[in-house]
Write a protein that binds this ligand. Structure first.
Ligand code: SF4
Length: 427
């Protein structure tokens, strides 16, 4: 049997793509291996959202070169966002790479590998095929607990810092029937509906949530990412009234200054976001709201940072993923002349995290002695007796394992809340 290894960088969308690439190659008899030395095909599924990710990927490609010397029949392919963005430039820097396949091209993977197997020529295919990736293809899921279900691809928003619309193309949605069939057959207890902006799913995101909620074989439904400008009442009501739809909304605000939000082209103000968060909390009891924040965007002043710190104290997110602004060539923000020096970005990031970590700890502390339902995910990384599970609100709970199985829904009492995790005991 031929062996395949896939190295996946970046976001959940890339992980979902890797599962599809593996599923496709299994049709041609490839079997997954973690051992790169025995692989006949290595795919490096790339991300270009931050410069550091790109550097890491070139480092990895360099490391793989010796495997080509050892096994001249090894096929090395680069896929994903960086493949789409840089195309032939990757081959100039890493001449041992055999093919470059852009985004939305998974259905072409098998024929490209077969072609290289027969004539060993280099292939670059980065023409954006707007429809290829909305077709249903084979999937080999890496996680038995959560199934990533892409519902749409691409993005039309053109935030000024973001490379995604340039490398993943315009928004296109999958047909509801394809998505619902995929959910019915996925065999995972939990699904996550994926898209860069699920709220602009063109066949109606609220309708999709309601239809998914009726599928008996699943226990929980998650979704990401929501854009604040598109999250409407219908979706909020669907979450509030749904049985399996989890009470967690990841709603990136990105900044607390209207001046910076405008420069980012985000399409909302802090006040609008505050109203939305308040409405969500009124309609969905015990909801958790998490967010993304960018620090050090061009032109960000100390006053803008203070506004962000104030906004954090006002909204009180359950958690925030904080990122230092990273310049991406081809985006408008890369052209802004008032870039912020690195040391200032880092010190501002620390101030932001300090405030948010305190808020996360306070919110989690209020959960002490509460009984919560968790979906059992399996052993923790550090101790086989300690297992992990996740609340409906997406908080990780550690507990001492008895005889629970992966995928069970159990009740635990929270005994020791911390900033990032909760410790609990089975009830
Ligand atoms: S909404 Fe903005 S940040 Fe998100 S993928 Fe689209 S362009 Fe990028």
């Amino acid at each position: 049997m031929k062996k395949i290894s896939i190295l996946t960088f970046g976001c959940q969308m890339n992980r979902a793509d890797s599962e599809r690439m593996l599923g496709e190659m299994q049709i041609d008899g490839f079997e997954l291996t973690e051992n790169l030395d025995e692989a006949d095909l290595i795919l490096v599924n790339t991300c270009c959202v931050r410069e550091s990710a790109e550097e890491k990927i070139f480092g990895k490609l360099g490391e793989l070169k010796h495997l080509k010397t050892k096994n001249p029949n090894l096929i090395l392919g680069v896929t994903g966002c960086m493949a789409q963005k840089d195309g032939s430039k990757i081959l100039e820097k890493a001449r041992h790479v055999d093919f470059i396949l852009g985004t939305g091209k998974i259905s072409k993977l098998r024929s490209i590998v077969a072609e290289i197997e027969s004539n060993r020529k280099k292939i670059i295919d980065t023409a954006l095929d707007e429809f290829a990736d909305t077709r249903s293809i084979s999937i080999a899921r890496e996680n038995s607990i959560n199934a990533w279900i892409p519902i749409m691809y691409g993005c039309d928003n053109f935030c000024t810092y973001c490379i995604v619309p340039h490398v993943r193309g315009r928004e296109r949605s999958r047909e509801p029937i394809q998505i619902l069939r995929e959910i019915e057959t996925c065999s995972a207890p939990e699904i996550t509906l994926l898209g860069q902006n699920v709220n602009s799913y063109s066949h109606g995101f609220a309708d999709l949530l309601r239809a998914a909620d009726k599928i008996e074989s699943i226990k929980r439904i998650r979704f990401m990412t929501s854009h604040p400008k598109d999250l409407n009442d219908d979706v909020i009501n669907a979450i509030a009234n749904g049985e399996k739809i989890c009470e967690h909304i990841h709603l990136p605000i990105q900044h607390g200054s209207n001046r910076i939000l405008k420069r980012m082209n985000r399409g909302y103000t802090v006040e609008k976001y505050l109203d939305l968060a308040q409405k969500i909390r009124e309609k969905i009891p015990n909801v958790s709201i998490t967010t993304d924040l960018i620090v050090g965007f061009p032109g960000e002043s100390e006053e803008d940072l203070d506004l962000t710190l104030e906004m954090l104290k006002q909204i009180r997110f359950d958690a925030a993923f904080t990122f230092i602004y990273s310049r991406r060539s081809g985006t408008p923000a890369d052209q802004f002349s008032d870039q912020i020096p690195d040391e200032i970005k880092h010190s501002r990031l620390n101030r932001l995290m300090e405030v948010q970590n305190r808020i996360s700890f306070e919110i989690n502390s209020a959960m002490k002695d509460q009984s919560v339902e968790i979906l059992v995910e399996g052993e923790s990384k550090s101790d086989s007796k300690i297992w992990t599970g996740r609340t409906r609100t997406n908080k990780i709970v550690l507990f001492e394992h008895r005889d629970e199985s992966i995928g069970d829904l159990i009740q635990v009492k929270i005994i020791q809340p911390q900033t990032w995790i909760l410790k609990g005991v089975i009830e």
